[in-house]
Ligand binder design. Structure first.
Ligand code: ADP
Ligand code: MG
Length: 421
């Protein structure tokens, strides 16, 4: 199991002094379970090795048949060859945001395709422009590549939208991700919220499991919000968009002078450039998300950024009048939205120990044996109408755009039969 059980976290957090680093220590120790000093040392060692310079090779996780490791020279490798860009065809745009396009691709019927990679298997591909990454690298040297290599090495987890592979051409880096067809959690809150306490508890437990997994792997998300959480077909949540994620280098300090994240979800320590780079910023954003689930509003909403930032700095938020919110739920939100980093829930004390989550059976949650409050209807992505323009072929030279069917050739939003150069 990749995240701590409530009892193991209790043990690991007991007696730990309140310091800037306590959040990291808790998350790492708790991953190692509570078997005593030896296992803690092991955890710290493995953590140290995590911060070795990242290997250049990009591993592929999650593909059927992949077992890892290398075979003796005389043994024929039974594993299917990894997919490459030639084996993929772009069929629609799923999202376009700050980092570039997210495209839906399907595997093509190409000669070296393994029978497990059936033609027509769907994946999401995030296109990151090399030009833009160079700019980021200039501001945060080494950050982007280290982060992406590390992400592609993460063990598979249901709570994280994992990187299945990474490719490149002369213009872009392409991150191939598991395709999650049911949309983002922000839309679920907007269309189905506000939630009652039981529904919010289920979703929040998913979020906790995801954050513990990431923090345990030494990754801080830094742009955690409902728009970056996807809803799986079984109704469980999975964390996506690691564009701003960074490795927790354990130093507890950073030279960054940039405010990273989305204003409504930024923690107060980010606003005053303290940048402890700890996982505290994710716990704050989780608190904002929980408040949104219950009220369908943002706790620190303001008409402009100045007002938002003032409210965040003061930690000032109100519960809507007339809304009945239990004391325990109020207390967990207050704990997460504590402006004092050291006292924030998740930093000094484990979120799992909060009484509001007492009834959650974490083993049951991990294996998905709870029935989700809502099972989304999965749209037929290959059939339904396109509402976002596809990129031009010359913008994604390595990735072939699909040829539109004859009866749709007139439609501007589809790629032309002949590539435009
Ligand atoms: N794996 C995926 N499966 C399906 N849709 C996705 C996937 N990843 C991203 N998307 C869609 O693309 C949108 C933008 O993706 P995101 O990774 O958040 O990029 P950005 O950095 O531009 O915000 C998401 O809101 C979602 O609708
Ligand atoms: Mg995003």
């Amino acid at each position: 199991m990749r995240y701590p059980t409530p009892s193991s976290t209790k043990l690991s957090s007991e007696g730990s002094p309140v310091t800037k680093h306590s959040s990291r220590r808790i998350s790492i120790e708790s991953v190692a379970s509570s078997k005593g000093i030896h296992s803690r040392k092991q955890a710290l060692k493995s953590r140290a090795s995590r911060y070795d310079p990242p290997p250049v090779r990009i591993k592929i996780h999650g593909l059927p048949g992949y077992t890892g490791g290398s075979l003796p020279p005389d043994v024929v490798d039974p594993r299917p060859p990894p997919l490459n860009l030639d084996g993929l065809e772009c069929i629609r745009t799923l999202g376009d945001g700050a980092c570039g396009h997210v495209l839906l691709v399907q595997t093509r019927d190409c000669p070296n395709l393994d029978k497990l990679d059936r033609p027509g298997s769907l994946f999401a591909v995030k296109v990151l422009s090399k030009e833009r990454m160079k700019l980021i690298d200039r501001k945060h040297p080494g950050d982007t590549n280290a982060e992406r290599t590390r992400l592609s090495e993460l063990p598979w987890s249901p709570w994280v939208n994992g990187v299945v592979g990474a490719f490149q051409d002369e213009l872009n880096l392409y991150l191939m991700l598991e395709f999650i067809p049911s949309g983002c959690f922000h839309d679920v809150i907007q269309t189905r919220g506000p939630f009652n306490a039981a529904t919010a508890r289920f979703y929040f437990a998913n979020i906790i499991a995801g954050l513990y997994f990431l923090h345990g792997e030494g990754i801080i998300h830094r742009d955690f919000k409902p728009a970056n959480i996807l809803v799986r077909p079984d109704g469980y949540l999975t964390i996506a968009d690691f564009g701003y994620a960074r490795l927790d280098d354990g130093s507890g300090t950073s030279t960054e002078w940039l405010m990273i994240g989305t204003p409504l979800y930024m923690a107060p320590e980010v606003l005053c450039y303290q940048h402890l780079t700890g996982c505290s910023v994710d716990w704050w954003a989780a608190g904002v998300t929980l408040y949104e689930m219950i009220t369908k509003r943002s706790p620190f909403f303001g008409t402009d950024e100045d007002k938002i930032f003032k409210r965040i700095e003061a930690g000032r938020y109100k519960w809507p009048k007339g809304l009945r919110v239990g004391a325990s739920l109020k207390s967990i939100v207050a704990g997460l939205l504590n402006t004092k980093v050291e006292d924030r829930l998740g930093v000094d004390t484990s979120v799992l120990d909060h009484p509001w989550l007492d009834n959650i059976d974490w083993d049951k949650m991990q294996v998905g044996r709870y029935l989700a409050p809502w099972i989304p209807e999965t749209p037929e992505h290959t059939r339904t109408w396109l509402n976002k323009a596809l990129p031009k072929q010359h913008c994604i030279p390595g990735l072939q755009l699909s040829i539109p069917p004859m009866h749709r050739e007139w439609d501007d939003r589809l790629p032309k039969s002949r590539p435009e150069y």
